[in-house]
Design a protein around this ligand. Structure first.
Ligand code: ZN
Length: 209
């Protein structure tokens, strides 16, 4: 498929391949899936901006800053049962899901407490205000923005899995996956020559308390 054996999905999607037609149906299915992911990852795609202004970091945050912010999902009326699918004990509102919920709050806390230390919060409006704080130390700001994006995405995915009848991932597994995803992202940027990524990785490890 023209994909490097050691490539991550992101690398396969964004950097190293051109779409082809295959004789094997399965490979065409994989092409279609990669295309869907590529659409989601494309940086020029319009995202919902949660903070004003542009990312002006000395770390050259081309792929990890505000530009890759995922669309904040609308917690919509498409479901008749609006109880939170994750904890099943509260109405599913945006603030509940991100991150007042007993399930999602544990994930957010695991990923974000070491970054935010004394200003740690699981209240949506406060988090949004923190990630818009351009006066924060760049490394910390990068980490909290990326953590927010990663946890948001993971929680939303778990929520959708439950709605489609799948099982929740155990908390420890999900925490590990998110942490690994963030480290992979930093490594990827470093391999693409983005400045400051080695230092950022060290900082990330320091925040793992
Ligand atoms: Zn909940």
């Amino acid at each position: 498929m023209g994909v490097n054996r050691g490539a991550t999905v992101e690398e396969a999607v964004l950097y190293s391949r051109r779409r082809r037609r295959h004789r094997m149906g399965l490979l065409n299915d994989i092409e279609a899936e990669l295309n869907i992911i590529a659409e989601k990852l494309r940086p020029e795609k319009k995202d919902v901006s949660l903070w004003r202004g542009r990312c002006r970091s000395s770390l050259h945050l081309r792929h990890g800053g505000c530009c890759v912010m995922p669309k904040v999902p609308a917690v919509g009326p498409e479901r008749i049962d609006t109880t939170c699918a994750l904890c099943k004990s509260a109405p599913e509102t945006r603030n509940h899901l991100f991150f007042m919920c007993a399930y999602s709050s544990q994930i957010w806390e695991h990923i974000a407490r070491g970054i935010l230390c004394g200003s740690y919060t699981n209240v949506w409006s406060e988090i949004v205000s923190i990630i818009g704080d351009e006066t924060m130390e760049r490394k910390r700001l990068f980490c909290v923005r990326y953590a927010f994006q990663a946890v948001l995405y993971a929680v939303w995915r778990e929520r959708n899995k439950i709605i489609h009848g799948d099982k929740l991932l155990p908390l420890t597994t999900l925490k590990r996956m998110i942490d690994k995803g963030i480290r992979n992202k930093i490594t990827l940027m470093r391999n693409h020559g983005v400045k400051g990524m080695g230092e950022l990785m060290q900082f990330w490890f320091l925040t793992r308390v």
